[in-house]
Each structure stands twice: as structure tokens, then as C-alpha cells.
Design a protein around this ligand. Structure first.
Ligand SMILES: [Zn+2]
Length: 350
């Protein structure tokens, strides 16, 4: 009889351990385009010397160089993060041997995940496009738009409607054979029963936050997370704060800071969700730094920072990676940006 209870206890422990391992890990990947350490530091001091990123204890640094160039563009670095391989600048989802490669979206889909892409630029811009397209040039916007509609992505929100509706081939690909249920506001996005929902927020590129861009990235993310919560399925979402990069290109400190502010609110939404839903891994990183930005002065008590820029382009400095939740300790250390893909893959398959 004693043996019977011992066996029962043993099986119970195995069962519980399995049950725990069987809970798949949700992934929220937040990419601040062009968000180097100075962009974060500027935003932090301008916000009264605090940032939600202080809650993230697992921190690493990623090397951003592309296959041939020390200084990457968003296509090569997006591909590195999304697909796990270094490629040439300007190329999306194709490796240096000219082979199309699957992304973490494809990988997650094969594990029964729902997937989503959110962006404050157009959805066919390099960073989101690296998660679903395979093209020689990031400038093939109309081709990229077509590939989005043929992709495994479940939900997307971002600008660039004209690449779907006002095309050189005269087709309106939102009407012909479009598997996505298209909406034009977040309310319809949240109530739609469809498995594939798209929301194109602007005809071209969405405006700056300071010029009244809507919906905001945190609003997009919270709406999406509510949806996922109701569905009770594992999910992967990539949300991009696209215009931190554009502030850097413009060498405009207040542009950088206001875009970082919105990105910070987005991080807060993700963090709150991960606290309530323990099986959620949150990763925050950048594809590269933009502007060669340095903090050259300021006053903490006045929430004021001054900065200088070294370039109108990108720089080659490493970018920080912050992680919270299951598998977050794997993001410590210094590694290539391609490792982010492999670490996410581990979180999905283990
Ligand atoms: Zn850029």
C-alpha cells in the first residue's frame, strides 16, 4: 500500500511538472527603431529621471552590424531579429546566400500561436516587413504589401494603405482575394470575430506623435492583448516604435523624446500584462542606434536634456536588450542581434 501511494505521488509530480511545461510562452517583442542608450537616457531624464525599463532585470547588449556593413539599416537588422540570419543592407527575409528564410512568425504559427504586428510607421516599412516578407529590396513596397496579405500574420495595424489600394498594377488588393477582415478603427478591431484582421491607419506614413497620430501604440497593444486574453491561445506580437528613428535622422531631440514617451507607455502595457500573465516573455530592444546621439547637457530638476548628433544616419554602437518573464535570463550578456531570434525560438519550443 505504501508503494501505491509513493507511485501515486510520483505520477502526480510528473503530471504537475508536465502541466507547467505545457503552458506555452507568449512573446511580446517591442522594437524601438533607432533607440540606442542615449535615446533611452534622454527619455528617462526628460520624464523626471525614471523609466519603466528599470523594472527589467535581465539586460543584454546586441551587436547590430549587417552581413557586409558595420552600420546596418532597418531591413538587415529587422531580418536578423525576425529570421536569425545576417544579410545585406536593404534586404528583407533573404539571407546572404540569396535564400528566402522563415521568420519567427512562421515558427510561432507552426506551434499554434496567433501572431500580430503593430507599427507607428507604415506596415510595409522595413522593420515590420522583415517579419513576413522575402524581397531583395525594402523599397518594393507594393510587392511587400501583397506578401503581407499572403502571410501567416493574424493581426496587423499600421499605415501605408495606398500600397494596397492605389497601385501601379491598378489592383485594389484589399478587395480582391484578401483573406483579412479590414477595419478602420480599434473598436471594430477588438470586436471582429475573424481570425485575420487588418487595420491600415493612414494612406501614407502616420504623422508624428506630436502632430496627433492615432491610434497610439499603447492603445493598439492593449486592444490586441485584450483580444488575445479572451482567445486563450499563445501569441507572438511585435510592436514597433518606428519614429524614434525618424527623430534621430532629423537630429531632433524633442522628436526623439516624444516618440520614446509613447514607446515607454507601450512597454508599461506589456509589463503590466506580463505581471498578470506569468507565461509572457517581454523583450525590448532596438534594431540600431540613429543619429550618433550624445547627451551633452541638461538639468534633471527641470526635466531638460540637451543632445548633439554625429550623423544624419545610423551608428554602429551596440543596442540594449531588456527582458522580463520566462526565459528572460537568456537575454543577459553580449551577443549578435541574430541571437534574439534563436532565444525567442527556444522560448516557443521548450
Ligand atoms: Zn533609420
Amino acid at each position: 500500500m505504501k508503494l501505491f501511494y509513493k507511485c501515486l505521488l510520483f505520477y502526480l509530480i510528473v503530471f504537475l511538472a508536465r502541466a507547467q511545461n505545457d503552458t506555452p510562452t507568449n512573446i511580446i517583442l517591442l522594437i524601438g527603431d533607432g533607440m540606442g542608450l542615449t535615446q533611452i537616457t534622454s527619455g528617462m531624464y526628460a520624464n523626471g529621471n525614471k523609466t519603466i525599463l528599470e523594472n527589467f532585470e535581465n539586460i543584454g547588449l546586441a551587436k547590430t552590424h549587417s552581413f557586409k556593413n558595420l552600420i546596418t539599416d532597418s531591413a538587415a537588422s529587422g531580418t536578423a531579429i525576425a529570421c536569425g540570419e545576417k544579410t545585406y543592407n536593404g534586404v528583407l527575409g533573404i539571407n546572404h546566400k540569396n535564400k528566402s528564410i522563415p521568420s519567427i512568425i512562421n515558427y510561432c504559427s507552426s506551434y499554434g500561436y496567433k501572431t500580430a504586428l503593430l507599427s507607428t510607421s507604415s506596415i510595409i516599412h522595413a522593420t515590420p516587413a522583415s517579419f513576413y516578407s522575402n524581397v531583395d529590396s525594402r523599397n518594393e513596397y507594393e510587392n511587400i504589401a501583397l506578401q503581407l496579405l499572403q502571410s501567416e500574420v493574424n493581426y496587423f495595424i499600421g499605415g501605408g494603405k495606398k500600397y494596397f489600394t492605389k497601385r501601379k498594377d491598378k489592383k485594389n488588393i484589399l478587395v480582391d482575394n484578401n483573406p483579412y477582415f479590414m477595419v478602420d478603427n480599434l473598436k471594430d478591431f477588438s470586436v471582429s470575430e475573424s481570425d485575420k484582421v487588418g487595420y491600415l491607419t493612414y494612406e501614407k506614413e502616420p504623422p508624428k506623435k506630436s502632430q496627433g497620430r492615432t491610434p497610439s501604440l499603447p492603445k493598439m497593444l492593449s486592444t490586441l492583448l485584450n483580444r488575445f486574453n479572451e482567445q486563450n491561445v499563445p501569441f507572438f506580437v511585435m510592436a514597433e516604435g518606428s519614429q524614434i528613428d525618424w527623430g534621430g535622422h532629423a537630429n531632433n531631440t524633442s522628436y526623439v523624446i516624444s516618440e520614446f514617451d509613447e514607446f515607454e507607455e507601450t512597454i508599461q502595457i506589456a509589463y503590466n500584462f506580463a505581471i498578470k500573465n506569468k507565461n509572457t516573455l517581454v523583450i525590448i530592444t532596438a534594431d540600431h542606434e540613429t543619429g550618433g546621439m550624445t547627451l551633452s547637457g541638461g538639468d534633471i530638476s527641470k526635466k531638460m536634456v540637451k543632445s548633439k548628433f554625429n550623423t544624419r544616419g545610423h551608428s554602429a554602437t551596440m543596442v540594449p536588450v531588456f527582458a522580463y518573464g520566462p526565459f528572460s535570463e537568456k537575454f543577459r550578456g553580449i551577443y549578435e542581434n541574430t541571437a534574439i531570434f534563436h532565444k525567442m525560438k527556444t522560448a516557443v519550443s521548450e
